[in-house]
Design a protein around this ligand. Structure first.
Ligand code: NZQ
Ligand code: ZN
Length: 380
C-alpha cells in the first residue's frame, strides 16, 4: 500500500426528515446564499423545508444553476455574494448545484483577478473558501462529501475540474425521500456514475491493499444488488437509501487511500459532455469498457479479480462484457452511435484539445492525446 493522508471533514446527516437539522448547523447570524437548480426543489417540497429550517436568517436566493453548471452563471451568483456580503452557502440540489456552490465559495475568497484560474490550476490557487452546507437531492457524484467541483464554460465548450481541501462541505443532509421525485433516467445515471467512481480507484493494478479492494467490491456489489430495485420502484425507501449511501462512499476519499487511481474515463468523458452535451454518466458508460480493452494487459490482474469476485467469470474480457451488460440492463447505452456521434470526429476533437493542454492520463500517465483518440474510435 502507498503512503496516504486520509481527510474528510464533512458531517453527513442521513435519513428521513433530516433537512430540519440544518437549523442547528448553519450559524444563526449568517447571511446565507440559498443556491439551487432549475426548479425541481419547488415541485417536491424541498424548497419549503429548507426555507422553514433556515428560520429568521438572512437569505439571498439564487436559482437557475444548470446541469453541468455554467461558469457564466456562477459568476452571476458570485456578484450577488459580494454585493450582499454572503458568509455561508447552502447548495440544495444535485452534483451540479453542489459543484457550483464550491466554485462560488472558492471564487468569493480568491485573491487573483480571474476566477477561471481556479479551474485551470485544478484548484492549486485556492487558499480559502466560504463555508458550504449541502442538501443533496440526487445520489451520484459524491460531491456532498468531497472537495471536488466540475464547471463548464459555455462560451468555449470547456469542462474543467478543481479540487481543494477548502471545498469540502461542512455538512451534507442526505434524505433519500427527497430523491423519490427523480425521473428514472437520473437514477440510472446516478448508479452508473457511482459505479464508475469506484472503478477509477480500483481498476488499475494490484497494490497490496486488500481492504481497499474489499471496500470497493462491496460498493460495486451493493450497486448491482440495489440498482435494479431502486430503478424498478422509484419510491422504495430501503433500496434508495442504500444506493444513496453507496454513491457517497464511492467518492469521499475512503477507497482511494493508498491505491493507484486512473480517472481517464472521467477526463475523456468530460470532453464528450463539453462537445456533445451528453449527461456525465452517459459518457462514462461509453468510455470505460473501451479504456479497459485498450489497457487490457496492464489491468488484467484486477479485471480478473473483479470478474471472479463480482461476476463469477474467469477472464478479464468476460468481466468487461458483464459490466457492459449490467449498464445496458439499467437502460444505459454504451456506444457513441447510440447518440449519433461520429467516433472519428469525436476522437479528433478530443485529441486536439488534449494535445493543446498536454494531457496525460491513467495510472501510468500513458494515455496521451493519441491514445485517448484511439479509445474514442473504439467507442463507435
Ligand atoms: O436543476 P433541477 O431542476 O434541480 O433538476 C435537476 C437536473 O435537471 C434534476 N434533479 C436533481 N434532483 C432532483 C431532480 N429532479 C427531480 N427530483 C430531484 N430530487 O436532475 C438533473 C441533473 O442534476 P445534476 O445536478 O446535473 O446531476 P448530477 O448530480 O449527476 O451532477 C452532475 C455534475 O456533477 C459533475 C458532473 O461532471 C456534472 O457536471 N461531477 C462532479 C463530481 C464531484 N464534484 O466530485 C464527480 C463526478 O464525477 C462528476 O464529474
Ligand atoms: Zn463521475
Amino acid at each position: 500500500m502507498q503512503n496516504f493522508v486520509f481527510k474528510n471533514p464533512t458531517e453527513i446527516i442521513f435519513g428521513r426528515g433530516s433537512i430540519k437539522n440544518i437549523s442547528s448547523r448553519v450559524p444563526a447570524d449568517a447571511t446565507v446564499l440559498f443556491l439551487y437548480g432549475g426548479g425541481s426543489i419547488k415541485k417536491n417540497g424541498v424548497y419549503q423545508q429548507v426555507f422553514s429550517a433556515l428560520g429568521g436568517r438572512t437569505i439571498v436566493e439564487f436559482g437557475g444553476i444548470e446541469a453541468n453548471p455554467h461558469y457564466e452563471t456562477c459568476l452571476e451568483a458570485l456578484k450577488l455574494v459580494k454585493e450582499k456580503k454572503v458568509d455561508f452557502i447552502l447548495a440544495v440540489g444535485g452534483g451540479s448545484v453542489v459543484d457550483a456552490g464550491k466554485f462560488i465559495g472558492a471564487a468569493a475568497r480568491f485573491g487573483g483577478s480571474d476566477p477561471w484560474e481556479i479551474l485551470t490550476s485544478c484548484g492549486s490557487v485556492v487558499k480559502s473558501a466560504l463555508p458550504l452546507g449541502v442538501v443533496l437531492t440526487l445520489p451520484a457524484t459524491g460531491s456532498e462529501s468531497n472537495g471536488n467541483s466540475v464547471v463548464s464554460r459555455d462560451a468555449t465548450k470547456e469542462k474543467l475540474f478543481f479540487g481543494s481541501e477548502y471545498s469540502f462541505p461542512v455538512f451534507s443532509v442526505l434524505d433519500p425521500e427527497v430523491t423519490f421525485s427523480l425521473p428514472s433516467r437520473q437514477v440510472r445515471n446516478g448508479i452508473v456514475d457511482a459505479y464508475v467512481h469506484v472503478m477509477e480507484q480500483y481498476m488499475t493494478f494490484p497494490a497490496a491493499a486488500p481492504l481497499q479492494d474489499r471496500f470497493a467490491e462491496s460498493i460495486l456489489q451493493t450497486l448491482i444488488d440495489v440498482g435494479p430495485v431502486t430503478l424498478a420502484k422509484l419510491d422504495d425507501y430501503d433500496s434508495r437509501a442504500s444506493f444513496m449511501w453507496s454513491a457517497t462512499l464511492a467518492l469521499n476519499n475512503l477507497i482511494s487511500c493508498g491505491v493507484p487511481q486512473d480517472w481517464s474515463t472521467h477526463m475523456i468523458g468530460h470532453e464528450l459532455t463539453a462537445f456533445y452535451g451528453l449527461a456525465h454518466a452517459e459518457t462514462l458508460a461509453i468510455v470505460m469498457p473501451e479504456v479497459w480493452k485498450f489497457k487490457l494487459a496492464f489491468k488484467k490482474a484486477k479485471l480478473e479479480q473483479y470478474g471472479h469476485r463480482i461476476w463469477k467469470v474467469k477472464s478479464a474480457t468476460g468481466a468487461i462484457t458483464k459490466t457492459e451488460t449490467f449498464f445496458q440492463s439499467l437502460g444505459m447505452p454504451t456506444h457513441l452511435k447510440d447518440y449519433k456521434i461520429d467516433a472519428d470526429e469525436a476522437a479528433e476533437k478530443v485529441r486536439a484539445r488534449f494535445a493543446e493542454r498536454g494531457v496525460h492520463l491513467g495510472e501510468h500517465g500513458d494515455i496521451g492525446p493519441n491514445e485517448a483518440a484511439a479509445i474514442l474510435r473504439m467507442c463507435a
